[in-house]
Design a protein around this ligand. Structure first.
Ligand code: ZN
Length: 143
């Protein structure tokens, strides 16, 4: 099932909070598969369309875009990087492609930070994600 239509108006996002998945990986996968099949069956029963792709995954999801120019695929040039004064987790930048003259503005938002292993509260000998450690809860907003 490949998804060629990337327009978000044809996508459905469901967020379920406070769910305790089974610790056993096999049982957890079975629950996720059942959720996926239930959604597939429900959408098909509505006879509106056949879904191209259903992805069910646990944990935090971060949206990301490719680093290349959206028009020509070459490496873009980022300039005029400025921090937002009211929200320090957001930076604005100008996006210019020197290959095809595509221009745009980019908004960079901090989505996760890593704990320095020397300052880690948990004393781990590795870099850890603040989100994975549960110290920061990401927020997701629709367009
Ligand atoms: Zn370009």
């Amino acid at each position: 099932m490949e998804c060629d239509d990337l327009s978000t108006e044809n996508q459905l996002k469901i967020t379920v909070e406070g769910i305790d998945f089974p610790k056993d990986e096999e049982k957890r996968d079975a629950v996720i598969k059942e959720i996926s099949e239930t959604i597939q069956r429900t959408v098909e029963e509505q006879k509106t369309s056949e879904p191209n792709r259903i992805t069910v995954s646990e944990g935090h999801q971060f949206a990301h875009l490719p680093a290349e120019c959206p028009r020509c695929g070459e490496e873009p040039h980022i300039s005029h990087l400025t921090m937002m004064s009211e929200d320090k987790s957001i930076a604005n930048a100008k996006f210019e492609c020197r290959h095809c003259s595509y221009t745009g503005s980019a908004k960079y938002r901090l989505v996760d930070v890593e704990t320095n292993k020397y300052n880690s509260k948990k004393g781990r000998e590795e870099y850890r994600s603040i989100v994975a450690d549960g110290d920061v809860k990401p927020q997701y907003q629709p367009y």
